[in-house]
Write a protein that binds this ligand. Structure first.
Ligand code: SAH
Length: 389
């Protein structure tokens, strides 16, 4: 989602334990009861319950993407975004030797806008459109429904599009996988440095059913830390996301078995580091992550450095990362915007110009958002410089 600063303020040991709400909502009470019975829960478990609780979680109750919702994403800003992902997928499919059939999977497709724009743009390559089997991996029933309504009717016939709820069940065939703002919603863990050790941060109960962050007794395996961890002061935060790493490992294994590629776009960093990036958004504004679980979108920045290493260790041949701005410019964003605007009214040209600025501008999504591409082919990845893997 788009927002205007890179990292949330650092939390130090001194202010872990700040408290929040006056009137706890039903999910907060449920979490409080769990903590009462069982002790503090990890931040990752808190995030999972807040987002995915079957009755009261954010996905069940709320998830609202777009101008009138809680946050806006690149495909909702401009149709050009989906068109460039189409260019990327078609180019990869040709490099793969035009497998027919092949699976085009999107993880966490939201309202289905990216896939709709992608499939429309892919009409330029009828063989691609004929060979593709679309798999939308989505846990939310409400969003599955929104995706169904958004896709053109011809894509809903003859099982051209199917829905899965789990990435582990992709069809056994060559695959191209895309995911925009998916990894950031997958739960992660935080650790705080205290007397030289990295303690996991948990969520415990403060007075009056309020939740607070606490440092737990369990510590991090220090081999997981970036090299400069020793010079970080007490109070520094390190974020580790084993669930995100497991997804990349799973998909890498699947791609190696069947051939293919994947593209992940999200806000995050290209080099592992330290800092608290846990954030909550509601109505396009930052909110308190602990105050009203189920009513706010919870995310953290994606550590692409760590994920790229997982893909490399899994044996993926080509792994590249860079900023969204560079990626879109490399694929021809300016030329496409020029062609779209040519001969149009000034207002339309202005709109296109502002979309380009939002997607690729360095002070907007251009540098905050990063792109990671992985491929089982040794050939170059479109949108990335020739060298540097
Ligand atoms: N890609 C969309 C939406 C991003 S929001 C866009 O760019 O607009 C995150 C999406 O991931 C939502 O569709 C959410 O329901 C879905 N999601 C969250 N956890 C998931 C999981 N474990 N498996 C599949 N989808 C998930």
């Amino acid at each position: 989602m788009e927002h205007d600063h890179l990292l949330a303020p650092k939390i130090h040991a001194g202010n872990i334990g700040q408290t929040m709400p006056h009137k706890p909502n039903a999910l907060l009470k449920k979490i409080a009861r769990l903590i009462e019975l069982n002790g503090p829960i990890s931040l990752g478990d808190f995030m999972h319950i807040a987002m995915a609780d079957p009755q009261l979680g954010y996905y069940k109750k709320r998830t609202s993407i777009g101008r009138t919702g809680d946050f806006i994403t690149a495909p909702e800003i401009s149709q050009m975004f989906g068109e460039f992902i189409a260019v990327w997928c078609i180019s990869l499919w040709h490099q793969m030797g035009q497998p027919d059939p092949f699976c085009l999977a999107e993880l966490g497709p939201g309202k289905g806008t990216l896939m709709k724009d992608l499939l429309r743009a892919a009409r330029s390559d009828p063989a691609f459109s004929a060979a593709v089997k679309v798999v939308l991996v989505e846990t939310s029933d409400r969003l599955q429904q929104a995706q169904r309504e958004n896709l053109p009717p011809e894509w809903l016939q003859n099982e051209k599009t199917i829905w899965h709820t789990d990435i582990a069940s992709l069809p056994e065939m060559p695959a191209i996988i895309i995911a925009n703002e998916f990894l950031d919603v997958v739960p992660f863990r935080q650790y705080v440095k205290s007397s030289g050790k990295w303690h996991e941060i948990g969520i415990s109960l403060a007075a009056e059913n309020r939740l607070q962050k606490v440092a737990l007794a369990n510590t991090l395996d220090e081999t997981l830390l970036p090299p400069n961890a020793a010079s970080e002061p007490d109070g520094a935060i390190f974020e580790h996301a084993p669930a995100r790493e497991a997804i990349i490992e799973n998909l890498s294994t699947h791609l190696i078995r069947h051939q293919g590629a994947a593209l992940f776009i999200d806000y995050g960093h290209l080099q592992s580091g330290f800092g608290d990036t846990f954030q909550a958004m509601a109505a396009h504004d930052y909110a308190d992550p602990l105050e009203a679980p189920g009513e706010v979108d919870l995310t953290s920045h994606v550590d692409f450095d760590a994920l790229a290493n997982v893909a490399r260790h899994a044996g993926i041949a080509a792994v590249q990362t860079q900023t969204q701005g560079e990626f879109l410019l490399e694929l021809g964003l300016l030329q496409r915007a020029g062609a779209l605007g040519a001969g149009k009214q000034v207002e339309i040209q202005d709109r296109i110009r502002s979309e380009v600025e939002r997607l690729a501008g360095p002070d907007q999504m251009g540098t905050l958002f990063k792109v990671m591409a992985i491929s089982t082919l040794k050939s170059g990845l479109p949108g990335f410089p020739e060298t540097g893997n």
